[in-house]
Design a protein around this ligand. Structure first.
Ligand SMILES: [Zn+2]
Length: 368
């Protein structure tokens, strides 16, 4: 709360209103963008955007660790940086994510894992062994904020986003100007390009069901931002958090591979809730299982719920992940299934796990 007051002092309410950050409409828009009316949801949900809006105009849904962490990042910025952030919010938060999506490959040093590299590589290898799906084609990589120092890379990413309909149309001249403006600013601001806010996410991507030929041709990816790793370190969950989030993201690849990602409810919010709760349950199963991380249930649940709670109160948003209670029940269900394994080392086939989950889902949602 105090954070929002300080922000208002720094920027002025009129400016925030002009940017749409204080309107109730804007705070509820994780919804499809006006430029892409046919899109069901964004290719990649960027939780930091909602967290920044939450910092400016807190609602009753405040209070996740992500929100608190973002408040801290914002309060460390200078007024000049905050002003620039709100004037270029989409570019700063979209470009590192979509640069990795469109152009990242595992072997490219620009996308090499740095923070937590061994932990992530080991967990990735372990997950590929744990779940019985075809996973050799998934590329694990990092996203780094330093793309924001490079006008050519920013321009290439914005161009690809416009072509994919992910952002409103921009002319080549507009893209060039925006890319140069952001790169020029970042080059004068020390390590601001490396702020965790730009890369505060991890995501799984598969082009399998994409109709756009460019997207369909992209390899399967699992992308980790430096920011989310820094955030887990900052809240003392650096040992468990990255591994559990990787298990959640890997679960989305299990869903892609088994073709169950789009077989749920037709309502986009309900569909997302189903796949997210399923990913939580799979992550908890792996996290607690003797052949997985063999962690206790509470640590796994804490790590799962600490960040991925954006959209909790936006029940109609396509990015809705389920309420914290539903997510807790999904994680508990997966953890109990792991604890009940007989023999202890037996791992369910992924398809069987998913069948059991579908049966349990109504109870996980309703709590009865
Ligand atoms: Zn997810």
């Amino acid at each position: 709360m105090t954070r929002s007051i300080r922000l208002l002092v720094a920027l002025g309410a009129a400016m925030l209103l002009a940017l749409g950050l204080l309107s109730p409409v804007a705070t509820a828009t994780a919804a499809p963008k006006a430029s892409a009316p046919t899109a069901q949801r964004d290719l990649v949900e960027i939780p930091a955007k909602a967290a920044v809006r939450q910092a400016v105009a807190p609602s009753e849904c405040a209070g996740t660790l992500l929100d608190g962490y973002v408040d801290g990042l914002l309060s460390d910025m200078t007024t000049e940086q905050l002003t620039f952030l709100f004037a270029h919010l989409d570019t700063l938060l979209d470009v590192p994510t979509y640069d990795a999506l469109f152009f990242g490959t595992t072997g490219d040093p620009d996308y090499a894992l740095e923070s937590h590299a061994h932990q992530l590589q080991n967990t990735f290898r372990d997950l590929r062994r744990f779940w019985d799906i075809e996973s050799a084609d998934i590329q694990l990589m990092a996203m780094h904020g330093d793309v924001l120092l490079d006008a050519d890379r920013i321009a290439a990413t914005l161009t690809a986003m416009v072509e994919a309909g992910e952002i409103a149309p921009m002319t080549p001249a507009q893209i060039e100007l925006e890319a140069q403006t952001v790169a020029d600013f970042m080059q004068t601001q020390g390590d601001f390009y490396d702020n965790p806010l730009w890369t505060l996410n991890a995501y799984a991507f598969s082009g399998e069901d994409e109709t756009d030929p460019v997207l369909a041709a992209l390899p399967d990816k699992l992308v980790f931002g430096d920011g989310i790793l820094a955030a887990y370190d900052a809240i003392g969950l650096g040992d468990v958090g990255p591994r559990v989030i990787m298990a959640h993201e890997f679960a989305h690849h299990v869903q892609f591979e088994l073709g169950v990602f789009d077989t749920g409810p037709t309502d986009p919010a309900e569909a997302t809730r189903r796949t997210e709760l399923m990913a939580d349950a799979m992550a908890a199963y792996y996290g607690v299982h003797k052949k997985g991380l063999a962690l206790n249930q509470k640590r796994v649940t804490d790590a799962l719920l600490s960040f991925y709670t954006v959209g909790d109160c936006q029940f109609a948003s396509p990015g809705h992940h389920g309420t914290p209670l539903q997510r807790e029940r999904a994680a508990a269900w997966g953890a109990e299934l792991a604890a009940a394994a007989k023999p202890r080392s037996y791992v369910l086939p992924a398809a069987t796990f998913i069948e059991l989950f579908e049966d349990a889902l109504p109870g996980i949602i309703s709590g009865s």
